[in-house]
Design a protein around this ligand. Structure first.
Ligand code: BG6
Length: 473
């Protein structure tokens, strides 16, 4: 693999991070802690400011006190003075998301920082840390206020980070893209799927293309089937309103599971840059065999955990799935005939995100070699192979070769996915962000499944089940 040119964030000119919805859970749990971590690692631009933009009333000082309480800060990791210096770079701007005046005030605040502190026009990185129902309003107002216009010349780019779910189906995703397209060029838009930024997921490309031992086997001549699982112990964690309107397939299937699939089976890109990598990932999604009302019953199951409809914010008669399993194929020369099982669920007995590749069993004795790529927790690579059992016979037994990240790397040396997301957005590298084509093909695959499920009964499973006891595929 080639190594691209590295510019360090410290060399980037002054930058302001504007977090819309800064008092919300995502900002407190992920974004601000990631910025703090980058700050302590000296991976932010030398001159930076964070402007929190939200509806509640705070002075800057009160907002910093709020952050000290609410923000998830690993106090055993950071020195108090580092936290203090970091928080001194955070300011607050109150505003209603639909009020034009609020954006005029935000604009004045940003200009003030540029004039008085940076003495130059800074870069602006906007993050929409709000529910998607606010996207249109906020984007429209940002545009009207001129906040998205870069300073021009070599100074002051503007970029936007948008969280998943990106739209609700193909139409809404394309409408959102069209709206974004009126405000930003494609290279300014960073659609987040934080799974791409997970260390063990990025490693898939390194593992495949740096080891001549495995890549020759990465095709339908040698692989029988692939299981991709994202299993969670947690339920919906107080997100009833949001979750009940989307369900498991849209929440993680359309994004994280397909991200893993694309990363796993994409063709080797012409070069390892954002354009070529995203193009190859999109090609995988384009070729997933469609599931429609004709083959839904033998290709997909969905279920809901018992007690889900009692969760706050969830409709008592909800038909939303909290678990799904899909069986599909990829219609390409390389993958024809290989079955892919995609599975995810909440309130299960374990936390496990893993890709297992079952190789063809040439012995025909049901003794496949299995290569497991553990994405989390306990990132690892394991290979199951067969050896002769010591003794006089010729029986074989399975053994495992494994590599665990934790045996070689301290946990803090593995960046959190959001650190990586922000780091790459600052550098302007879109490799780990979803392209408009990937979004389009992902929805194209998911939407007919959701539509077909509408007329089919929903199965149930007990909370804490190992795997739902369903009529599985
Ligand atoms: C989010 C989903 O995108 O990903 C959540 O909305 C899910 O429902 C989460 O729990 C899983 O991400 P991670 O990083 O905790 O594996």
């Amino acid at each position: 693999m080639e190594q691209g040119t590295i510019t360090t964030p410290e060399q980037i000119s002054p930058t302001i991070f504007i977090i819309c919805g800064v008092t919300g859970d995502l900002a407190q749990r992920k974004l601000l802690p990631a910025l703090l971590s980058l700050y302590t690692k000296k991976l932010l631009p030398k001159k930076f400011k964070i402007v929190g933009f939200s509806r509640r009333e705070f002075t800057d000082a009160d907002f910093r006190l709020f952050l000290k309480e609410e923000m998830h800060i690993k106090r055993d990791v950071y020195r108090p003075e580092d936290i203090h210096h970091f928080l001194n770079n955070v300011v607050y701007q109150q505003g209603q998301f639909d009020s034009q005046v609020a954006y005029e005030n935000l604009s004045k605040r940003l200009a003030q920082i540029d004039d008085l502190e940076f003495k130059q026009c800074s870069n602006k990185l906007f993050h929409l840390s709000v529910t998607p129902s606010f996207y249109e309003t906020i984007l429209g107002q940002l545009s009207k206020s001129g906040l998205t216009i870069p300073c021009g010349g070599n100074l002051g780019w503007t970029r936007i980070l948008v969280e998943k779910p990106f739209g609700n189906d193909i139409e809404t995703a394309q409408k959102l893209d069209a709206l974004l397209g009126t405000l930003f060029k494609e290279e300014q838009i960073f659609r987040i799927d934080h799974y791409f930024a997970k260390e063990a997921l990025q490693n898939i490309l390194a593992f495949r293309f740096s080891n001549s031992l495995f890549e020759p086997l990465w095709n339908n001549q040698h692989i029988e089937c692939v299981h991709i699982q994202l299993l969670e112990k947690i339920g919906i964690e107080g997100r009833g309103n949001f979750y009940d309107s989307i369900g498991a397939l849209k929440d993680v299937g359309q994004s994280h599971i397909l991200a893993m699939l694309a990363q796993l089976v994409m063709n080797e890109p012409a070069s390892f840059d954002a354009h070529n990598i995203r193009k190859e990932r999109a090609n995988v999604l384009k070729n997933i065999r469609p599931i429609t009302s004709r083959n839904i019953c033998e290709s997909a199951v969905r279920a809901q955990y018992v007690g889900y409809t009692e969760e706050p914010g969830v409709s008592k008669s909800s038909n939303t799935e909290t678990y799904f399993q899909i069986q599909t194929n990829i219609d390409s020369k390389v993958w024809k005939g290989v079955t892919f099982y995609l599975e995810s669920g909440k309130a299960l007995s374990e936390n496990k995100t893993e890709i297992s590749i079952y190789f063809k069993d040439k012995t025909k004795q049901n003794k496949p070699n299995i290569l497991s790529l553990r994405i989390q927790p306990d990132e690892a690579i394991k290979i199951r192979f067969w050896v002769k059992k010591p003794g006089f016979g010729m029986q074989t037994e399975p053994k495992t070769l494994d590599f665990h990240y934790r045996d070689f790397h301290a946990p803090q040396s593995i960046p959190d996915a959001y650190e990586r997301v922000l780091y790459d957005a600052i550098l302007g590298d879109q490799t780990l962000f979803t392209s408009t084509d990937e979004i389009k093909y992902a929805w194209k695959f998911i939407t007919p499944i959701i539509d077909s499920w509408k007329t089919l009964p929903l199965e149930r499973y007990q909370k804490g089940s190992k795997r739902p006891n369903l009529n599985t595929l």
